[in-house]
Design a binder for this molecule. Structure first.
Ligand code: DX5
Ligand code: ZN
Length: 228
């Protein structure tokens, strides 16, 4: 499996959103848009009112850090990936989320906070195309990577060799290598890309760091061996 680096965009208005999309547009296949409602997390960002007619030629994944994701997804149509938090789902609204995603024309993924166990994901895993493992408590960019979540990444990778596993929060060259070795194949990163002098070089460096370790680490974790 290849490793994809996905710029994460956490902004408060459409102008900044477009500027950040354009800054990486020629260098990546996908961008990750953070959406916060000031309820599920203590911060507020751009929302569906800003998601009409986004630039073509790049894929969008929406990371819904909101209490009622189905309401937001209904307003965000297109072939996008919608990642909802397991902490916002109850048996009751899962069907509404699935319906909203289906009707929007998009795909569904599920995110899990650092403190949430894999057991809580179980009921939903059959319905999703990817899992987003949070390596910070959601709400802000620029936080420190929580290495303890690597246990969940390893366990998911062991059980589901083909599943897309994305890691989000505190990803830089160093932590990308760790997340890659644990089994992640997608890495969302904001500060280490947008605060770098050259976003293109930063993306390349993060990807290469993860790929090196991923090749060395995956498949050998049981014996504890590493070739590096
Ligand atoms: C956190 C967001 C992340 C964040 C990543 O709530 O979901 O996507 O923007 O930012 P960095 O890479 O700076 O930790
Ligand atoms: Zn995010």
């Amino acid at each position: 499996m290849d490793v994809e680096v996905i710029p994460a965009i956490l902004v408060k208005n459409r102008e900044d959103l477009l500027e950040r999309i354009n800054r990486v547009r020629d260098n990546v296949a996908t961008v990750h848009i953070d959406v916060m409602d000031n309820e599920f997390v203590p911060n507020k960002t751009v929302g569906p009112e800003s998601f009409e007619d986004l630039p073509a030629g790049i894929g969008y994944e929406f990371h819904w850090m909101v209490r009622n994701p189905e309401k937001y997804i209904e307003r965000t149509r297109g072939k996008h990936l919608h990642v909802v938090h397991v902490e916002t789902i109850s048996g009751k609204n899962w069907n509404a989320v699935k319906k909203a995603v289906r009707e929007s024309g998009g795909k569904l993924g599920i995110a899990i906070n650092p403190a949430t166990t894999l057991k809580e994901l179980e009921p939903y895993l059959n319905d999703v195309s990817m899992v987003l493992v949070m390596s910070v408590v959601p709400g802000f960019d620029g936080q420190k990577y929580i290495g303890e979540v690597e246990g969940k990444i390893r366990e998911l990778r062991r059980r589901f060799p083909e599943l897309h596993i994305e890691v989000d929060g505190g990803i830089n060259e160093e932590t990308a290598a760790k997340a890659g070795a644990a089994g992640a194949d997608k890495l969302a990163a904001s500060s280490s890309i947008y605060r770098a002098e050259n976003a293109k070089l930063a993306i390349k460096a993060i990807r290469e760091a993860a790929m090196r370790k991923r090749k060395a680490g995956v498949g050998e974790s049981k014996s504890g061996g590493s070739k590096t």
